[in-house]
Design a protein around this ligand. Structure first.
Ligand SMILES: NC(=O)c1ccc[n+]([C@@H]2O[C@H](COP(=O)([O-])OP(=O)(O)OC[C@H]3O[C@@H](n4cnc5c(N)ncnc54)[C@H](O)[C@@H]3O)[C@@H](O)[C@H]2O)c1
Length: 255
């Protein structure tokens, strides 16, 4: 990023571009925003998840980097969407999304802005699934690059980044020793593989639930116990769902 920033500073390849980002408001995103600005772009940022916003980072971006940031940690749903609309107020030419909330807001209630936009990026698996569904129906109105499909994304961020940050979040929230716990991971995709690997490394007994038979077989060959959630739910101490799906665990499962 540093060498790109140096180059952008001299070449200004983004001069005249307006970029709205809906991303996790964290230090990594702050670096991205500063780099885009050095490249000459006008940028505005809102959160892609109300729980991941680092308020000090948002404040620093506003104060020192003069980037408009619309995000408060723990903001309610109404404020979250108000902030997405605020980030769109610069009338972007490019959108950066992580989960497709910005793009779906544009398509639902800010259609007037779409004529200015020539492209965008989408970071995560769930966002790509939502956008592919829109493209299949013929309603996605501009091209979007699926960042998640890059080897350098899913092989590393999904597997190792989410593997580490999920375990870290659970430890901070519960203060529990992972060793000896029965740790259920639903979904053996890229994130699931990383979380299962880390939990196993910390001494947990790891159980995988998976709806795709090939991935279930892969989990078995990797040395994990694999079973339906109806069985795993009777044994687990900690449950992590990394599927992009809804209702993976429901009350019915536990009855
Ligand atoms: N917060 C982050 O930093 C971050 C980073 C990367 C991905 N993600 C999110 O994590 C989720 C998983 O991403 P991924 O890249 O691992 O996806 P993936 O497509 O590689 O894996 C998902 C797996 O879940 C399985 N699955 C679907 N429904 C299921 C169900 N009901 N029960 C059990 N298994 C089920 C699928 O068969 C698949 O194998 C997505 O929502 C993605 O957007 C978050």
């Amino acid at each position: 990023m540093k060498s790109i920033a140096e180059r952008f500073k001299k070449e200004k390849p983004l001069k005249g571009f307006r970029i709205s980002g809906c991303l996790h408001v964290t230090t990594e995103t702050a670096n991205l925003m500063e780099t885009l600005k050095l490249g000459g772009a006008e940028v505005a940022l809102c959160a892609s998840n109300p729980l991941s916003t680092q308020d000090d980072v948002a404040a620093s971006l506003v104060k020192f980097s003069k980037v408009p940031v619309f995000a408060i940690k723990g903001e309610d749903n109404k404020t979250y969407y108000k902030h997405i609309n605020n980030a769109l107020s610069i009338k972007p030419n490019i959108t950066l999304d992580d989960g497709a909330d910005l793009v779906s807001t544009l398509h639902k209630s800010r259609k007037d802005l779409i004529k200015n936009i020539f492209g965008g990026t989408e970071e995560t698996t769930t966002g790509v699934i939502r956008l592919r569904a829109m493209a299949d129906k013929g309603v996605l109105e501009y091209p979007i690059i699926a960042v998640n499909d890059a080897y350098t994304k899913y092989l590393f961020d999904n597997r190792y980044g989410t593997g580490q940050s999920t375990i870290d979040g659970i430890m901070r929230a519960t203060n529990r020793l992972i060793a000896g716990t029965v740790f259920v991971v639903s979904g053996y995709g890229w994130c699931g593989k990383g979380i299962a690997m880390r939990a196993k490394g910390m001494g947990a007994r790891v159980i995988i639930t998976e709806v795709n038979p090939l991935r279930a077989l892969e989990a078995t060959m990797d040395g994990f116990e694999v079973m339906p959630i109806t069985e795993a739910s009777k044994m687990g101490d900690i449950f992590v769902t990394v599927t992009g799906d809804i209702n993976v665990i429901s009350k019915i499962v536990f009855l």
